[in-house]
Design a protein around this ligand. Sequence first.
Ligand SMILES: [Zn+2]
Length: 96
Amino acid sequence: MSESATSGARGISVASAFAGMRSVAPVVFRAGCPDCRGRFELAASALRLAIGATSRTTFYSFTCPECGAAVRKPAGERIVELLTGGGVRTLRLHSM
Ligand SMILES: [Zn+2]
């Protein structure tokens, strides 16, 4: 009994150490620019997500940090989940 209690306490301290690391690491999203073909990582604050009534009107947008072009790309369900989970500002174009 005392053995399992010891290993349990160790597990908690490891979990809290990982939780601390997660909160420090910034969330970044990889993106590419169709204009200058640049590839870069963007913070959540640099992205905007617009959710429309259908997948055709659901897209994310950002300004290319290399050439300044306004880039808009369609966002599938998985991308929407990723972006909203990462704290990207979301605009709902359609009331759900
Ligand atoms: Zn560009």
